[in-house]
Ligand binder design. Structure first.
Ligand SMILES: Cc1cc2nc3c(=O)[nH]c(=O)nc-3n(C[C@H](O)[C@H](O)[C@H](O)COP(=O)(O)OP(=O)(O)OC[C@H]3O[C@@H](n4cnc5c(N)ncnc54)[C@H](O)[C@@H]3O)c2cc1C
Ligand code: SF4
Length: 486
């Protein structure tokens, strides 16, 4: 049979169909559709099957990308799914929201040769969406049960990945979360137009069906103490993410109508899930008919501007102090936002929030910036040019990033060591914190990062937690204490 691979000179790169901006801004549904099977096969066949697959090195999970691309090209979908899910607990989620241009696709050899990257993310999504349709994604069935238990604090991607890996080995796993649903930022941060909530819900349901216990509405440090959890479980994972929003330090920032980004996004996501949200109904978190200014240039800012468009804002402007090339958010998302009518004010930093005599929000005063000398990290620092301008505003959203909460204080345990930014210190070889048998993963270790890194950390931590619990059983056996089968 002639090879179905190396077709990049014959077949052009094609992303899945994207809905027109006018139609997609009327709802919160995803903007990209899935590939038809034949298109997925053709696109997968563009892979050059490199001896040294750079794409795999660009993926934090070291996914076996060339292998599953070849299996898709040959229409061996069930095998492709098995290979894909072996290294990633949520391939269809990463396929949707990883910034592939900065990861796997950015260093794809076909991309480097000028033919346009293999659409790795879209194919990864297709494989597992297809597997769900076919009924191949089934609950975990551990080969045997173990009596030891692991507690996981946080039901975001880091905590969920660890919980699944531990359950696969037969441990009794309980996940605690202060929210009323699982998923962390997948559920309440990232909007439906990037990741529909059903995709997250079916993952949680599968874990429940696998025997993992979820205790929602349980704030560790508040409802249950950290010490209680340590006593209850053989090992613990902290995967609490970062939720302390950075504030806007300019005059007038306390004016009514200046809002934290996550409150705005959570409100919108909750409405999409059918919850009643009084702060939407009373207009506080509703952009309809308003002139909205979003401050920031990361993924959160992009999600806010596009949410505001969908809520029917009169105008939406994004203010960012560096230029387009130096913004942290994904370039794909900027392009999507522009198509949807968002105006970008590059090289502009907020200087003051202006209000009327009656105290009503009126405008954002912005300073025009230029890029100056590089800072110690090599990034050019923005400097004021002396020019200012005003943008009229009825709602201002602060999307300036997040820092960790003070966990040693919240958990009442000063033995939990953090770095100077407040992130938990771990030994990256084991993901263990300064407290023995307590591990950590995801944003709370790295600072605000990516879903794929949280999954990687969760998997690494679970592997080490398993080793420790196994070693403990051996020790107990050596002392001839009664134990369940190892
Ligand atoms: C708006 C927005 C958009 C983003 N877009 C993308 C994107 O497109 N692609 C991408 O890769 N990444 C994106 N990210 C980043 C990504 O969401 C995070 O890196 C990822 O979710 C981190 O996973 P985590 O498991 O560490 O934490 P989280 O997802 O934050 O989950 C932590 C969980 O812990 C719970 N928790 C916290 N404290 C406690 C406590 N004391 N007791 C009990 N439970 C607790 C929280 O309720 C939460 O459910 C985005 C982030 C934001 C804010
Ligand atoms: S997990 Fe992310 S980085 Fe890895 S192959 Fe999938 S899309 Fe690329």
């Amino acid at each position: 049979m002639a090879s179905r691979m190396l077709k990049f000179t014959e077949i052009d790169r094609a992303m899945p169909e994207k809905r027109e901006a006018k139609a997609r801004t009327q709802d919160f549904d995803e903007i990209y559709s899935d590939y038809a099977q034949q298109v997925a096969e053709d696109q997968a066949g563009r892979c050059s099957q490199c001896g040294v697959p750079f794409c795999q090195q660009g993926c934090p999970l070291s996914n076996n990308i060339p292998d599953w691309l070849k299996l898709v090209a040959e229409d061996r979908m069930e095998e492709a799914y098995q290979v894909s899910q072996a290294t990633n607990n949520m391939p269809e989620i990463c396929g949707r929201i990883c910034p592939q241009d900065r990861l796997c696709e950015g260093i794809c050899t076909v991309e480097q040769s000028g033919h346009g990257t293999v659409t790795i993310g879209a194919i990864e999504r297709h494989i597992t969406d297809y597997a769900w349709e076919q009924g191949w994604v089934t609950p975990v069935k551990p080969p045997r049960e173990r009596d030891q238990s692991a507690g996981v604090i946080g039901a975001g991607p880091g905590g969920l990945a660890a919980a699944e890996q531990l359950r696969r080995k037969g441990y009794q796993v309980t996940v605690y979360d202060r929210y009323d649903r699982g998923g962390g930022l997948l559920m309440y941060g990232i909007p439906g137009f990037k990741l529909e909530k059903i995709v997250v819900e079916r993952r949680i349901k599968r874990l429940e069906d696998s025997g993992i216990k979820f205790e929602f509405n349980t704030d560790i440090g508040e409802d249950v103490t950290f010490t209680e959890l340590r006593d209850k479980h053989d090992t613990l994972l902290i995967a609490t993410g970062v939720y302390k929003a950075r504030d806007l330090m300019v005059p007038g920032s306390g004016t009514k109508g200046v809002l934290p980004a996550l409150d705005f996004l959570t409100t919108s996501n909750r409405r999409g899930l059918g919850d009643e949200v009084p702060t939407f109904d009373d207009g506080t978190h509703n952009a309809e008919g308003k002139r909205v200014v979003v401050i920031g240039g990361g993924d959160t800012a992009m999600d806010c501007v596009r949410t505001a468009v969908r809520e029917g804002a009169k105008s939406v402007t994004c203010l960012y102090r560096r230029d387009r090339a130096n913004m942290p958010g994904s370039q794909r998302e900027v392009a999507n936002a522009e198509e949807e009518g968002v105006v970008f004010e590059w090289l502009a930093a907020p200087e003051a929030i202006l209000d009327t005599k009656a105290g009503k929000l009126k405008a954002v005063r912005a300073a025009r910036m230029k890029l100056g000398a590089p800072d110690p990290s090599g990034r050019q620092s923005p400097e004021k040019t002396g020019e200012t301008f005003d943008i009229k505003a009825d709602m201002v959203i602060k999307a300036l990033g997040f820092d960790p909460e003070d966990l040693p204080e919240l958990f009442g345990d000063p033995a939990l060591k953090v770095n100077r930014w407040g992130a938990i210190r771990v030994d990256f070889a084991t993901m263990e914190t300064s407290i023995p048998n307590v591990f950590a993963a995801g944003d709370i270790v790295r600072g605000a990062s990516l879903v794929v890194w949280a999954i990687k950390d969760g998997r690494d931590a679970a592997e080490e937690m398993h080793k420790r619990m196994k070693a403990e059983v051996r020790e107990r056996k050596a002392k001839r204490e009664p134990v369940a089968a190892e």
